[in-house]
Design a protein around this ligand. Structure first.
Ligand SMILES: Cc1cc2nc3c(=O)[nH]c(=O)nc-3n(C[C@H](O)[C@H](O)[C@H](O)COP(=O)(O)O)c2cc1C
Length: 201
């Protein structure tokens, strides 16, 4: 079978087909948040998970800016940058984290071609740690980059990647109908046969 010619719909499924860690099966990008704040200790655990991610040459190119409900002005600076479709639900999340990549290597100032990859890996570990804590993480690329850069004084040496809305799962009734439906819809993924090969490409 030529995988690339296969119609994608027929090789998606909603089932977790092989055993994975609970944190992987339970993670989901939800949109309804409870107002319960995330404690400083747990916030530190999330960043500790990111801290121990692998990175090219151990450069650790991740930088995080975050805002809690105690910092309404800082939160507003992040929320203001979000696309309206994200703002509507993400503004309810008690913890907002902006992930950035340091563009160049600390050792010699050369462009770090792995920076985005490494920040993605760190964000993945942060997300799994959050899931273990019973938190929901919803990553967003839907924001106005220039507004975020201006509002947070992000220097040219750093590139904003995803913004994360984090909090404990909340009441579905708090969401508009269209988002409520998305929240309860089964998730689906390509089956392994679409992206895994035990042969040359
Ligand atoms: C880089 C990136 C950008 C994303 N941007 C948005 C976004 O702007 N708005 C949104 O609602 N979800 C966004 N998502 C969430 C994805 O839509 C979600 O992860 C995907 O549909 C799979 O669902 P799941 O995370 O619940 O498994 C983003 C995810 C990633 C990794």
């Amino acid at each position: 079978m030529n995988l690339m010619e296969t119609h994608t719909e027929i090789i998606k499924s909603t089932a977790i087909e092989y055993a994975v860690m609970n944190e992987i099966s339970q993670r989901r990008s939800k949109r309804a948040y409870a107002p319960t704040p995330v404690s400083n200790e747990i916030i530190n655990s999330l960043f500790e998970a990111a801290r121990w991610a692998p990175s090219s040459m151990n450069e650790q190119p991740w930088v995080y800016l975050y805002a809690t409900p105690d910092q309404p002005e800082l939160r507003e600076k992040i929320i203001q940058a979000l696309n309206d479709s994200n703002k509507i639900w993400a503004k309810q999340a008690p913890l907002l984290i902006v992930s950035l990549a340091r563009k160049t290597l600390l050792r010699n100032g050369v462009i770090n071609g792995s920076a985005r990859y490494d920040v993605g890996g760190a964000n993945a570990l942060l997300s799994l740690q959050a899931t273990r804590e019973g938190l929901n993480v919803h990553q967003m690329g839907g924001y106005n980059r220039q507004v975020l850069i201006d509002n947070l004084n992000i220097p040219d040496s750093h590139e904003p990647l995803v913004v994360m809305a984090i909090g404990y799962p909340g009441d579905l009734e708090s969401l508009p109908e269209n988002l409520r439906q998305r929240e309860i819809a089964p998730r689906e993924r390509f089956r392994q046969e679409f992206f895994v090969r035990n042969e040359s490409f």
